[in-house]
Design a protein around this ligand. Structure first.
Ligand code: GLU
Length: 499
């Protein structure tokens, strides 16, 4: 029988959804799907001081948004729950006790003051920080007596001396650790909560995890985990430690440097397809020269062995390029839907005025919105640009810039030009791009003006912007009446300047 592949992501609910969590979740999700396996979300909330209210919900929302849903989680349930570590305390306590019984762990009664003093001495002597095993030799009777007296104690695992501990990382190969520099790690705290080290081993085993990709910050703890697997007589799942994501300047991607919140990217209007593609591309591509691919292509072609862990660079410029690509690929109707979903989400998140405005346009003038979006689609890089790119279509009054309107001509000349153009365009039949353009070119020749000047002045009169889609296309979307009204408004604006 082939083995059922089970992978997992195990975030701690300590704040907003981190792009690093999304990255790890994606790779674990893809591998499970490739092998018709299962992907588990475990909530690692044993560090209660760091837990943030609502953070767990946000993790579900993030995975849901990216469409990398877990098969099992505190919310999705499953056969190996509970999936929230704070609900599994008895299980960890029982396994810690087993290690005590096997003489592979011991109670430690050292006070924080003693530990701090010990650390200071070690620092002064230039020694690595390591528990000095003060409580390791306590007799069973003494331990029992002190526990009975209600003395606070933690449980530490025993690390053997003079051993090479080998961590097998699927991609890094055998990583050897000298046991003499491994600390007698606390596995159960005095409040009965496990530390990460005990919990991760017990849970990965009981939840039948076969493969786990986690961050490389855990590689140095892996020898402790390997020992715990040995103590319990369990087999170690396949381990992969993925490299830390870095900024283009090679610094670690952190809250202070760059943006690490998935929600920040979502607010900017990055599409989930672009983000998933980008996250995968940090370490993988289906073929040497293929940078753009779907989640389905990932599932089809994925293998751990193809991962390229050479310093993955979180290059936002590349992400933006991908986003533009995915935005352009969408059908116009699909893009309208995407914009609505995005604006609704942004409004729900922080009541943002610009996103609210987008919803008003969408609801009140859906057809104008769709046409205007269609014209903007080619230039769009982020959904958050929409309020600004589309604003002029909906504005009752434009905020004109005199210099843009005049294009170096005098106010009088320009008023005159706008009036004549308006009259000629009003009579134009049919109202086509060719006839429209010809009218303007002919008139520029009559005036002896550069064609470009007249086009720029008209663009400014109709949109009050310098950069827009082709002017005729914009005027078609606005319609003849509104376009002509804008020429009128522009000449009134200029009249107000002279009077
Ligand atoms: N709770 C750990 C973290 O958030 C999970 C590490 C792991 O995947 O084992 O970093």
């Amino acid at each position: 029988m082939t083995q059922l592949i089970r992978t997992r992501v195990a975030p701690s609910p300590t704040g907003y959804p981190h792009v690093g969590t999304a990255f790890q979740a994606l790779l674990n999700w893809v591998y499970a799907h490739k092998h018709q396996g299962q992907f588990v979300l475990r909530i690692e909330d044993t560090d209660q001081k760091r837990a943030v209210e609502g953070a767990e919900q946000v993790i579900y929302q993030a995975l849901s948004w990216l469409e990398i849903e877990p098969d099992e989680s505190p919310k999705h349930l499953g056969d190996y729950g509970p999936y929230r570590q704070s609900e599994r305390l008895k299980i960890y306590q029982q396994y810690a006790q087993q290690l005590i019984d096997q003489d592979q762990a011991y109670y430690c009664f050292c006070s924080p003051t003693r530990l701090a003093k010990m650390r200071k001495q070690q620092q002064q002597a230039d020694q690595p920080p390591k528990y000095d095993r003060h409580c390791c030799g306590l007799s069973k009777t003494e331990v029992a007596r002190r526990l009975k007296n209600g003395e606070k104690a933690v449980i530490r695992m025993k690390i053997p001396n003079d051993q090479q501990i080998i961590v097998n990382d699927l991609l890094r190969g055998k990583v050897e650790f000298d046991s003499n520099i491994v600390d007698d790690q606390v596995i159960l705290k005095s409040d009965g909560f496990p530390t990460y080290h005990l919990a991760v081993v017990v849970d990965d085993h009981l939840m039948k995890i076969t493969h786990m990709l986690r961050g490389e910050e855990w590689l140095s703890s892996a020898p402790k985990h390997v020992l715990l697997y040995q103590y319990f007589g369990w087999s170690v799942p396949v381990m992969i430690h993925s490299p830390t994501l870095r900024n283009p300047d090679k610094s670690k991607l952190s809250k202070r440097k760059g943006n690490t919140s998935l929600w920040w990217y979502r607010k900017q209007g990055y599409l989930k397809e672009a983000l998933l593609n980008f996250l995968a591309l940090l370490v993988w591509k289906p073929h040497e020269d293929q940078e753009v691919f779907t989640k389905e292509e990932m599932v089809k072609n994925f293998a751990w062995s193809q991962l390229n862990f050479k310093a993955p660079v979180f290059d936002v410029a590349k992400l933006q390029w991908l986003n533009g690509l995915y935005l352009r690929k969408k059908s116009l109707s699909a893009l309208v839907k995407e914009v609505r979903a995005w604006a609704e989400w942004v409004v729900a998140q922080d009541d943002q005025a610009a996103a609210k405005q987008v919803l008003v346009w969408l609801n009140k003038q859906p057809s104008l919105f769709k046409k205007a979006l269609g014209l903007a689609q080619q230039r769009l890089k982020l959904l958050k640009e929409i309020p600004e790119l589309l604003g002029f279509y909906f504005a009752p009054e434009l905020d004109y810039d005199q210099a843009d309107l005049l294009q170096k001509h005098s106010v009088k000349e320009m008023i005159q030009a706008l009036t004549i153009i308006k009259q000629r365009l009003a009579k134009l039949d049919p109202w086509t791009a060719e006839s429209w353009e010809q009218t303007i070119r002919d008139y520029a020749d009559e005036l002896g003006w550069k064609h470009r000047d007249l086009f720029m002045a008209l663009r400014s009169a109709v949109t009050a912007e310098r950069f827009t889609p082709p002017l005729f296309a914009v005027m078609q979307v606005l319609g003849r009446t509104k376009s002509l009204q804008r020429l009128e408004q522009a000449s009134q604006f200029l009249q107000a300047v002279v009077s």
